[in-house]
Ligand binder design. Structure first.
Ligand code: SAM
Length: 241
């Protein structure tokens, strides 16, 4: 696994490759599908009554901006990421006055202090990219969250980590059970495990990454959605402090 400097360099290179869209797959159609499916798992009721939400590893702010549509009108979101992503996020979402983008990566005392006063923390596809040390430090920050505050983590959390996901430089995948036990050991309780019905990579991988596969995948997704498949590899796990 990369160390903290290595991780920063890795994400910096993604910006060089991806311009204003540096995260995820760097393919327009697969990214569009991922964005739509992943963000559709959040509901307005998840954020009702929450005034301050902290988005850790907000990237260029696209998911943050989507969450912004679900929060109360008097609420605000603070998004943290490396400076090169924050620079883009500020440009892309300058109209959204209730989002503040701040430079900062775990470990960081500003992140710690914003987490302490937050009503909720969000992390979308960030946790697996944190070094083991950063994970432990972040979990320590969560121990200091307000009682009753929520923690939303959307991630690739399979039941069993497949071989091909092991020994990668830029991520360490944990199973759904592993992550729940870890968070519980740091004083959080599981409120809900919400599966993300997600069939993205199969056809994109076999048939190519193009608009046709995007539409076929979206169409097939309507059928998959009828069933809540709790073994889905992507999950939104909602914890409370
Ligand atoms: C897959 S992207 C997800 C970005 C965004 N949350 C989204 O869903 O589009 C992972 C993000 O984690 C950020 N990241 C990696 N290590 C981090 C750290 N130690 N602290 C904060 N963010 C980090 C990266 O810069 C990158 O923006």
């Amino acid at each position: 696994m990369l160390d903290e400097q290595g991780a920063q360099n890795y994400w910096g290179k993604q910006v060089e490759k991806g311009g204003m869209e540096p995260c995820h797959y760097l393919n327009k159609w697969q990214d569009k599908y991922a964005f739509e499916i992943r963000t559709s798992v959040f509901r307005r009721s998840d954020f009702r009554g929450l005034k301050k939400i902290v988005d850790i590893g907000c990237g260029v702010g696209d998911y943050t901006a989507k969450m912004f549509k679900l929060i109360d009108s008097d609420a605000h979101i603070v998004g943290f990421d490396f400076p090169f992503n924050i620079e883009i996020a500020r440009k892309k979402h300058r109209d959204l006055k209730n989002i503040v983008f701040k430079e900062g990566s775990v470990p960081d005392e500003n992140i710690e202090s914003d987490i302490k006063s937050a009503d909720a923390v969000i992390m979308t596809t960030v946790y697996t990219h944190l070094t083991p040390d950063s994970r432990e430090i972040l979990l320590g920050y969560f121990e200091k969250m307000k009682s009753g505050a929520k923690m939303f983590i959307l991630e690739y959390f399979p039941e069993v980590v497949p071989e091909f996901q092991k020994n990668q430089a830029h991520k360490i995948v944990e199973s759904s059970k592993e992550v729940q036990v870890r968070f519980i050991n740091h004083g959080l309780q599981v409120l809900e495990v919400r599966p993300v019905n997600y069939i993205d990579s199969f056809l994109f991988f076999h048939w190519g990454k193009n608009w046709f596969v995007y539409f076929i995948t979206k169409w097939l997704d309507n059928f998959v959605r009828v069933f809540k498949y709790y073994r889905s590899k992507y999950k939104l796990i909602i914890f409370t402090r």
